[in-house]
Design a protein around this ligand. Structure first.
Ligand SMILES: OCc1cccc(Br)n1
Length: 446
């Protein structure tokens, strides 16, 4: 009770008040639960990963876009019982608006496409890398944020759009040393579900709910899934048939089940034939059980998985031809994928593929005399003007300290500003790898 009286909050009684014993507030120096800091070494790896995301996206002719991390909650209110909605990091802002930290990027992209309307000609090919959030009880100790790379193609109804997106991900994997022995893509189409449900006259508005339920296969008990299918108005017979079709192991068997004329089979056959043309057939396999957990997918869906079976899905995506119209936009087809920054790093660690990324600087500049600090700054300025990176020693330090710092910042050269040399318009240069030492005129420094 004392805590509550003192803190004036009705929060948890167990939370001790901040320690103000010495007058200063002792804050918790760790980041909030489920979030990460990126100190230099981790930031170098993240930048390397994102640089590869960017370069592949640009290789495929995609343009980069970005959106606010804070969006209207309305973008994510879907009635299909998705996990992403249950874990929405949402709140009411000071203007009494219902807002949310975005749990995914596709709705923001859809919003911007609608906002831009006819001013942006189709097809749109946009990519983005953005932090996404979920509020999950920390009992599962899972992260509450991750960065996602997304590529989306809007305005192309053809399966060629999905084939391009998968090709881009394959290109990314190859760039970072991942092969088709390490990962594969499970591919299916939600039209498989659609064609079965139509046979049993299941209402269209139950489609998303059915997909979300099916996505929980092997994650929750089968009886719970059957219960969810019942609540989606599926008969026992419809559920049995659906689960049967989802266990089909090949496209040929799917064709036997659904017939060759259906869109599901024709789309999938087209995708596998396009994959041949791209040369990534050994990366992909048909897997009828893949539906993905987002309600808005309407066609091809795919997910990248590690063949070792140890990790969660590496990436995932698919076609979402109805999303823009559900947001009040035109009926424009679209497809895209999301690729998180965490599972891929676990995979790279497992494969010993984390690159050696060191900080380095070309020059460390220091003054050998207390009165030459300004001269040292002038030398740093000259070098920087020539595009050379400089770590300028900002206070007078003994040489031993300077050498130690030079080693720590991985400097290539030490530039010494000493009185005698400065009087002659010179500075000393020491090449740290070879130990070679010489003097050079300041305006000849390069
Ligand atoms: O993959 C779903 C997801 C969404 C937001 C944040 C995190 Br961590 N994970």
């Amino acid at each position: 009770l004392q805590n509550v009286l003192r803190s004036g909050r009705s929060g948890s009684l167990s939370a001790p008040p901040p320690d103000r014993s010495n007058g200063a507030l002792k804050i918790d120096v760790n980041p909030p639960k489920g979030t990460r800091d990126f100190p230099p070494e981790d930031m170098r790896l993240r930048n390397w990963l994102f640089q590869n995301f960017r370069e592949v996206s640009q290789l495929y002719g995609f343009e980069e876009v970005d959106f606010p991390v804070l969006e209207s909650e309305a973008l994510y209110i879907r009635k299909a019982g998705e996990e992403i909605k249950d874990q929405l990091y949402c709140f009411e802002d000071r203007g009494n608006r219902r807002v949310a930290l975005r749990p995914e990027l596709t709705p923001s992209l859809a919003r911007l496409v609608i906002q831009k309307g006819k001013s942006v000609p189709l097809p749109i090919k946009w990519f983005t890398i953005g932090q996404c959030w979920r509020y999950e009880r920390m009992t599962r100790g899972r992260r509450r944020e991750h960065y996602q790379w997304n590529m989306d193609t809007v305005g192309v109804p053809e399966i060629t759009a999905e084939a391009e997106l998968i090709s881009a991900i394959v290109t990314f994997f190859k760039r970072i040393g991942i092969t088709s022995s390490d990962v594969g893509f499970k591919i299916s189409s939600r039209k498989v579900l659609q064609e079965v449900l139509r046979c049993y006259s299941v209402p269209e508005n139950m489609f998303g709910k059915v997909c979300v339920a099916i996505d929980k296969l092997e994650k929750i008990p089968i009886d719970d899934i059957k219960e969810e299918l019942r609540s989606a108005e599926l008969s026992e017979e419809a559920s049995e048939e659906l689960l049967q079709v989802l266990s089909v192991k090949s496209l040929d068997k799917l064709e036997d089940k659904l017939g060759a004329a259906g869109e599901a089979v024709t789309d999938l056959k087209r995708l596998f034939s396009l994959a041949e043309e791209y040369g990534y057939s050994e990366w992909i396999q048909f897997d009828a059980s893949v539906v993905r957990g987002l309600a808005y997918y309407t066609g091809i869906v795919f997910e990248g998985f590690d063949r070792g079976g140890k990790l969660r899905a590496i990436c995932g995506g698919g076609r979402y031809d109805r999303l823009l119209s559900t947001f009040g936009g035109d009926d424009i087809p679209a497809c895209g994928f999301g690729f998180g920054d965490a599972v891929i790093v676990e995979l790279l660690k497992d494969k010993g593929l984390i690159p050696e990324l060191t900080h380095q600087v070309e020059n460390i500049v220091c003054s050998l005399d207390k009165d030459l600090q300004q001269a040292a700054a002038a030398v740093a300025n000259i070098l920087r003007g020539k595009g050379q990176s400089v770590d300028l020693v900002l206070e007078y330090k003994p040489l031993k300290w300077v050498f130690k710092r030079a080693s720590r910042v991985n400097a290539r050269r030490l530039i010494l500003v000493g009185d005698a040399e400065w009087q002659k318009g010179m500075v000393g240069v020491k090449v740290l790898s070879s130990g070679e030492q010489f003097e050079v005129k300041i305006d000849e420094l390069e």
